[in-house]
Design a protein around this ligand. Structure first.
Ligand SMILES: CC(C)(COP(=O)(O)OP(=O)(O)OC[C@H]1O[C@@H](n2cnc3c(N)ncnc32)[C@H](O)[C@@H]1OP(=O)(O)O)[C@@H](O)C(=O)NCCC(=O)NCCS
Length: 185
């Protein structure tokens, strides 16, 4: 059984996702197989979102391989000045807290590990490598409140809930989380 030390993580800033399309979608379709029938989670919609993220300033993706097998990945980008990321946040947070100047916040938009590779610290490794050496002051992500593995992981990695947020008309309502960078080890 592979341990975090045996996980090989490559972090890329290249927006050329096309070359990695098959690997990224194979992992996604395995991890999200039960949701693929929902239009928001369908593979074409997901691929469109990934391409959108990859076109953003500050995009990065950390891809993990154990023994030559892709086991998961994490990715995100820098929120642009005036970003609409926080639009629809339900809690009473000061405007200053939500102000984006194009340098302040890294949005972690995906993190996933294939089922048979979970609980080995691999998501933690992907998370830490993606967020290492970032220039932003903080990171943000959206998580479904009933996603116990993810909410437990984020809490134990220092993330805090800022409020609830529904990013698209046809998307669920998520918990919006933040953590200061650099991540405390
Ligand atoms: C969330 C996810 C990425 C975690 O991956 P992982 O490689 O198993 O995570 P790690 O091994 O690094 O675990 C880190 C911590 O998360 C928590 N955790 C992970 N799975 C858990 C579970 N099933 N129940 C409770 N806590 C869990 C634990 O605190 C764990 O630390 P521990 O093993 O020392 O107790 C994985 O479950 C996944 O891919 N889920 C589907 C995709 C997803 O929901 N992504 C997040 C979207 S916001």
């Amino acid at each position: 059984m592979a341990s975090p030390a045996e996980l090989n993580v490559s972090t890329l800033q290249s927006p050329d996702l096309e070359k990695r399309r098959k690997v990224l979608l194979d992992v996604y379709e395995e991890v999200y197989r039960e949701r693929l029938g929902d239009p928001f989670f369908s593979t074409p919609r997901y691929w469109e979102r990934l391409q959108g993220y990859a076109s953003r300033q500050g995009f990065a993706i950390s891809i993990g391989e154990a023994g030559g097998t892709p086991i998961g990945y994490a990715l995100g980008y820098t929120l642009p000045a005036g970003s609409g990321w926080w639009r629809g946040l339900s809690s009473d947070v000061s405007k200053d807290e939500l102000h984006e100047d194009g340098h302040r916040t890294f949005a972690l938009t995906e993190i996933m590990v294939r089922e048979s590779w979970r609980r080995r610290g691999f998501a933690r490794r992907l998370h830490d490598e993606l967020l290492a050496n970032r220039k932003e002051d903080r990171a943000t992500l959206l998580v479904l409140p009933d996603n116990t593995p993810a909410t437990t992981a984020y809490a134990s990695w220092g993330w805090q809930k800022l409020g609830e947020l529904k990013p698209f008309d046809d998307s669920p309502t998520y918990d919006a989380m933040v953590v200061s960078l650099p991540i405390a080890s």
